[in-house]
Design a protein around this ligand. Structure first.
Ligand SMILES: Cc1cc2nc3c(=O)[nH]c(=O)nc-3n(C[C@H](O)[C@H](O)[C@H](O)COP(=O)(O)OP(=O)(O)OC[C@H]3O[C@@H](n4cnc5c(N)ncnc54)[C@H](O)[C@@H]3O)c2cc1C
Length: 497
């Protein structure tokens, strides 16, 4: 990674080299471990409300999201999408030189520039201006109400663990010796590997496989089970497989990487599926095989905080740990590992820990999105979950090829699918597969949070032409089902008269 002006700006914001930790206060109202999205939101929120706050970070302010997660990935995905569109220029009636040359160093430079700009919001200067005491160093509990960092002892009334998660390493013989990238290292690349193998078909693997393929790397993706994004509905995952194949990614579902070895500088990876064994030869391997919460090294026993290696800090619905004065938020304790859940959970902790609040994690309505092309977004229940709970479901689906704006944009792949409780208009959940599904899902989330049903959504005027009209069309489809046979015959008689 070049230490260019952008990197110097980011580091000056999130880990200034000249930083000296402050003299600790005698007692903190709130001590926070980890300065990712959860820690930063809680620190700013609590300090704004007048609490004396200490924030401890062992690496970089901004955590995974800013430095090695959402921000760099979404930034390069945007450029990858542009290259894909350029290659399809003729389809849009545009002429550009036939041989589109990818300037990968420029892609990464743009990413560094954007990351540096966004790092200003997460900077140590902003925290200090807000009155937060920032400590750089590894935090470790020394008792039920104390922790140590860089030789200093911090006493607290309440604390929050927001230490995030890290990539899990798949147990494949030879992988470690051969070397591989994770999200912690892949954004340091300055040259595009010619051939890439992505191991893991979750959101991270899918997003980056598509981006690397669109930059021109010969890309293979292996996934042990028969579908990508295993949480999502099957038809959504199938659309993604088809999109990958159209992009030119070699899709290997139901396939396991079982061994890696290096020969003549190339990484040879043995793949096994039910009836087929093969070896791929690549320049780089990228793993996206799940995430493990960062709980080691915190000396949680000393604080009486229960945890498990796989699921993280154990919390109740109020995000309180087994030590009533210590709470947790974000990836360190949550199943849904997203920036917006880290943010929302941290807000709950501020209210519950500092103001006797009784807000519940289970009351949150959490959307999410995988930023592939098309995007796959979801909120609420899947049909299978509703059935498990004996909730009768009715589903309204609008294919994007029926939506004028999607046709005009040549972005017809996908659908809007809304599940309601039968005989009501209450939305239970929705899946959207569309170019801008991540934007569109917010309307459904709002409706669910505000208790707005499909009957009202059908009355909401959507600007024409927009892809979000698909949501109104699904609501219209619901409205049509309300025309019962007696009502129809009444209407027929009315018009006859
Ligand atoms: C490639 C990638 C792409 C992603 N894209 C998206 C996306 O598009 N949208 C989305 O919503 N989410 C996305 N995520 C997930 C998102 O980044 C995380 O959910 C989010 O960062 C979690 O925030 P957090 O505050 O819980 O933890 P983190 O961001 O992980 O921050 C935790 C911080 O705690 C620090 N820490 C850990 N242990 C200690 C200790 N003992 N002492 C002091 N400090 C400590 C760490 O150094 C780290 O800075 C992505 C993740 C990855 C990896």
């Amino acid at each position: 990674m070049p230490l260019d002006a952008y990197e110097r700006e980011r580091l000056a914001n999130v880990r200034p080299s000249e930083w000296r930790n402050p003299q600790p206060a005698a007692l903190y109202d709130f001590a926070i471990i980890g300065a990712g999205p959860a820690g930063l939101v809680a620190a700013h929120g609590a300090a704004a409300l007048g609490a004396k706050v200490a924030l401890v970070e062992r690496e970089l302010l901004g955590g995974d999201c800013l430095n090695i997660g959402c921000v760099p990935s979404k930034t390069i995905i945007r450029t990858a999408r542009l290259y894909a569109e350029m290659r399809k220029a003729e389809h849009y009636g545009a002429q550009i030189p036939t041989d589109v040359r990818v300037d990968f160093p420029a892609v990464m430079q743009r990413m560094r520039g954007i990351r540096a700009r966004i790092s200003r919001a997460d900077s140590v200067q902003r925290l200090v201006a807000a009155g937060v005491d920032v400590f750089f160093g590894e935090a470790r509990f020394t008792g039920a109400d104390t922790l140590a960092v860089d030789g200093a002892k911090l006493r607290f009334k309440k604390a929050m663990i927001a230490t995030g998660a890290r990539p899990d390493t798949p147990a494949i013989p030879g992988l470690v010796e051969a070397g591989f990238f994770t999200n912690e290292s892949v954004f340091d690349l300055v040259e595009l590997p010619r051939r890439v193998l992505v191991i893991g078909g979750g959101p991270l693997g899918c997003e980056l496989a598509q981006a690397f393929c669109r930059f021109g790397a010969q890309t293979t993706i292996v996934q042990e089970i028969p579908m990508f994004l295993p949480k999502e509905e099957r038809d959504a995952a199938q659309i993604l497989s088809d999109a990958f194949a159209r992009d030119g990614i070699e899709v290997r579902l139901n396939t396991k990487a079982v061994n890696v070895r290096v020969e003549n500088g190339l990484k040879l990876v043995d793949l096994v599926s039910e009836d087929y064994e093969s070896t791929v030869s690549v320049d780089a391997i990228l793993t996206g095989a799940g995430r493990l919460p960062n709980v080691e090294g915190l000396n949680l026993q000393a604080a009486g905080v229960d945890c498990e290696a796989a699921t993280g800090v154990r919390v109740n619905d109020f995000l309180q740990t087994s030590n009533p004065r210590i709470y947790a938020a974000g990836d360190a304790c949550l199943e849904h590992k997203f920036t917006h859940t880290a943010d929302a959970s941290a807000r709950i902790v501020v209210r519950n820990a500092l103001f006797f609040g009784r807000e519940r994690l289970s009351a949150l309505t959490i959307p999410w999105c995988t930023y592939t092309d098309p995007e796959i977004a979801h909120v609420g229940l899947y049909v299978r979950q509703a059935r498990e709970r004996d909730i009768p479901v009715k589903t309204f689906t609008i294919p994007m090829h029926d939506v004028d704006r999607a046709i005009a944009d040549s972005e017809e792949t996908g659908f809007v699918k809304i599940h309601i409780k039968e005989r009501t208009d209450r939305i239970l959940g929705a899946t959207i597969v569309a170019r801008h599904a991540g934007e569109m899902i917010n309307e459904i989330t709002l409706a669910m949070v505000a208790g707005i049903g499909l009957r009202t959504l059908a009355r909401v005027i959507h600007a024409y032409p927009t892809q979000a009209e698909a949501i109104r069309m699904a609501a219209d489809a619901y409205s049509r089902t309300r025309l019962t046979p007696p009502m129809r015959s009444l209407l027929r008689r009315w018009f006859a008269w």
